[in-house]
Unconditional design. Structure first.
Length: 217
């Protein structure tokens, strides 16, 4: 890991979301849930764009395979599958290959399949839904490492993401340094507040006016 991804790995989605709020930035992707493992994932983004297969020539490579080979250990593959077609954007053999390559996980704005298999591999899978339907004949990959949209959030290759049991938050590469600094400061305050609560300080005192205004710009 480089310094940026190491720092990001110590932060959860709520803290990063709070930092975005403090800086007046967007990045929370709604409606995507963790389907496997209990781990938080974070890292640089490798993108995949999927579209309807109808009217397009059949690909010589299955969707997602180019992204797996392009990704570095710790990267997170992020998929746009907003066609409206019930077809999986990710499956079991892809999870196996990605896990062996050291990829941090997959986040799909669309359905995935072979969820139990991904769990067996201890591979982190986040998605907006599940389906047994294969992608074959239904959807195709139209781009790897291209700009995509995930739950209304514009995502560019090389951006950053944090995903955990609460949700998924993206940070642009342009904004990562100020967001990290703000998030680290917020995390430090949250730790201090938790320590005060454990020492018996009343919650109304700990979570008073200073807490309510801590994200003001």
């Amino acid at each position: 890991m480089d310094d940026v991804t190491t720092r990001l790995s110590h932060l959860d989605s709520c803290t990063v979301s709070d930092a975005l709020d403090k800086l007046g930035l967007e990045g929370v992707a709604q409606g995507i849930q963790r389907l496997t493992t209990a781990r938080r994932i974070s890292g640089r983004v490798v993108t995949v764009k999927l579209e309807a297969a109808e009217g397009r020539p059949a690909s010589s490579r299955h969707l997602g395979t180019t992204a797996i080979e392009a990704a570095r250990p710790g990267d997170v593959i992020v998929i746009e599958q907003r066609t409206g077609i019930d077809a999986a954007s990710w499956g079991g053999n892809l999870s196996c290959a990605a896990q062996r390559r050291g990829i941090g996980g997959v986040i799909a704005d669309g359905p995935v399949r072979d969820v139990d298999e991904a769990q067996d591999y201890d591979f982190a899978l986040f998605a907006s839904g599940r389906t047994p339907h294969t992608a074959r004949g239904r959807i195709v990959e139209t781009g790897t490492n291209v700009p995509i949209v995930v739950s209304g959030v514009a995502v560019t290759p090389g951006d950053f993401v944090v995903a955990d049991g609460t949700g998924v938050v993206f940070v642009t590469a342009r904004d990562i340094e100020p967001v990290l600094a703000a998030a680290e400061a917020i995390a430090a305050r949250e730790r201090a507040m938790a320590a005060a609560l454990r020492q018996g300080t009343p919650v109304t005192e700990v979570m008073g006016k200073s807490y309510e205004t801590m994200l003001e710009r």
